[in-house]
Ligand binder design. Structure first.
Ligand code: BES
Ligand code: MN
Ligand code: ZN
Length: 495
């Protein structure tokens, strides 16, 4: 059942548990209530009631009041937008709407009056509402109704609803795919082995024109995927490689998306410390983002060929695990000396990138929770974007900006390459610790021909929110990069 819908009823006449309106600081102590379809009398009554309980209209403020007479909803929620002239990208609006919807657990139906009817405003309101209506309760045996996210959000617009309807449908599709990705990331690691992730990839595109091929451990052996096999060796649950192909008739461009799918990263023999190791269940966030993006892009029917690659393994220490010092032969034939088994993401990506380049796509983008160094450099909310091609990197950054995801360009300095030299093999899997995000990128670059446009996104921080929820972002899996990929695919079809 879709969560979002459109209504052209008058806001005051719309039935809902809560009517959400946006407010900004007005003159003196007044707040200004925005939104078309409310009469001046209704606006003034709502403003008075909100002010009387201390609402100021500042950004992110949420104020709930019993609905004044004449308003059909049970309560009215005033959402502060602050100074809208400072909200060029719309993130302030998205966060405000997102936290109002996220905070409305236990309610069945919300109605939102957007602050205005500009398409960009409707897009922001719709996606934020859809992303805010999320909670992960699959493993709670008796989740109370009061903890369930809202199941219906009606966006109230003036008639005719034509364009608004298309905007809301896109937000529903993209938001649903982000939820799918979040669920995969949040699923405990005992319930999500590599084979389960491969199955989830198949399930994600059921009924959509996407073909899915899965390599099991024998097929990986046959095809020479030594990186994926090496990482998977320590686990009793064998690795997989998944390829998802969406090739609509008439598509002229082709992009490949490659996502790191480590279902659990203990570090292997180079084992991680115990503190917060549970968060390494999220080490398949890149894979989950690729799967979610394939689901969204195919559902939207975008006129572009997209191939999704998911190399997936569980990185465990055991008597069969790979050792520091082992040398692997990757798909491309390049040999890698494994100096640290905890630098495993780049090993599985090496094989998948090697395969992806054989299809000669116009662009390859990989996405991975690749390095702790990413979080040191950019913090927990901003992804690092590296590339062998400045235009391609800008394309990804522009898509992220438009989608409202924080991503920042980072270099791939040539001077880091010698730090990856191995005495025994063609390359070692660890390089300079300083700039560790960059040396990981420099490693990956070795598996992509120089003339193949390629972008690498490190989402080690943004993929998983270990702190309190904020705006439309829940605790746990965030669905990072899905919206950027959809935007990227759309932009490609416009060029
Ligand atoms: N999955 C981790 C990176 C990571 C760390 C993601 C923290 C999210 C939060 C990755 O496999 C890893 O262990 N990287 C090592 C590389 C090092 C051994 C060169 C790291 O960053 O410490
Ligand atoms: Mn690791
Ligand atoms: Zn990892």
């Amino acid at each position: 059942m879709p969560i979002l819908s459109v209504a052209t009823t008058k806001p005051a006449a719309t039935t809902a548990d809560s009517l959400i309106v946006t407010i900004t600081p007005g003159r003196g102590k007044k707040v200004t209530v925005h939104g078309e379809g409310l009469t001046p009398a209704q606006t003034s009554k709502i403003a008075d009631a909100l002010q009387s309980v201390g609402a100021s209209g500042k950004s992110g403020e949420i104020t709930s009041i019993p609905a004044p007479t004449g308003i059909k909803a049970t309560t009215v929620i005033g959402v502060g937008l602050g100074d809208r002239s400072k909200d060029a990208g719309g993130e302030q609006l998205r966060r405000a709407i997102g936290s109002a919807v996220r905070g409305s657990t236990g309610k069945k139906k919300l109605a939102i009056v957007p602050p205005d009817t500009e398409p960009a405003t409707l897009r922001d309101v719709a996606i934020a509402a859809r992303l805010g209506a999320y909670a992960f309760t699959a493993f709670k045996s008796d989740a109370p109704a009061s903890s369930k996210p809202v199941s219906s959000v009606v966006v109230v617009v003036p008639a005719p609803a034509g364009e608004a309807k298309a905007i809301i449908e896109r937000a529903e599709t993209v938001g649903e795919a982000v939820s799918f990705t979040r669920d995969l990331v949040n699923t405990p690691p005992n319930a999500l082995a590599p084979a389960d992730l491969a199955q989830a990839a198949k399930d994600s595109v059921k009924g959509l024109p996407v073909t899915v091929k899965v390599w099991d451990e024998k097929a990986l052996e046959r095809d020479g995927c030594g990186g994926i096999l090496g990482v998977g060796k320590g686990s009793s649950r064998p690795p997989r490689l998944v390829r998802m192909t969406y090739a609509p008739r008439g598509a002229s461009a082709h992009i490949a998306l490659v996502g790191k799918g480590i279902t659990f990263d203990t570090g292997g023999i180079s084992i991680k410390p115990a503190a917060n190791m549970d968060e390494m269940k999220a080490d398949m966030s890149g894979a989950a983002a690729v799967i979610g993006a394939m689901r969204a892009i195919a559902s939207l029917g975008l006129p572009i060929k997209v191939t999704g690659w998911v190399p997936t393994a569980e990185n465990m220490p055991s008597g069969t695990a790979q050792r520091p010092g082992d040398v692997l032969t990757t798909y491309s034939g390049k040999t890698v000396e494994v100096l640290n088994t905890d630098a495993e993401g780049r090993l599985v990506l090496a094989d998948a990138l090697g395969m992806a380049v054989e299809e000669n796509p116009d662009l390859i983008v990989d996405v991975a929770t690749l390095t702790g160094a990413q979080r040191i450099a950019l913090g927990s909310r901003t992804a690092g974007v590296m590339a062998n091609n400045d235009d391609a990197r800008s394309q990804v950054i522009d898509a992220a900006d438009a989608a409202g995801e924080a991503m920042w360009p980072m270099p791939l300095p040539e001077d880091l390459r010698p730090s990856l030299d191995s005495a025994t093999a063609d390359i070692a899997n660890i390089g300079d610790r300083l700039g560790g995000m960059l040396s990981a990128g420099v490693f990956l670059q070795e598996f992509v021909p120089a003339d193949q446009p390629w972008v690498h996104i490190d989402i080690a921080g943004p993929a998983y929110n270990e702190k309190a929820p904020y705006g439309y972002t829940p605790k746990g899996g965030t669905g990072s990069a899905v919206r950027t990929f959809v935007e990227l695919a759309e932009n490609f079809t416009r060029d």
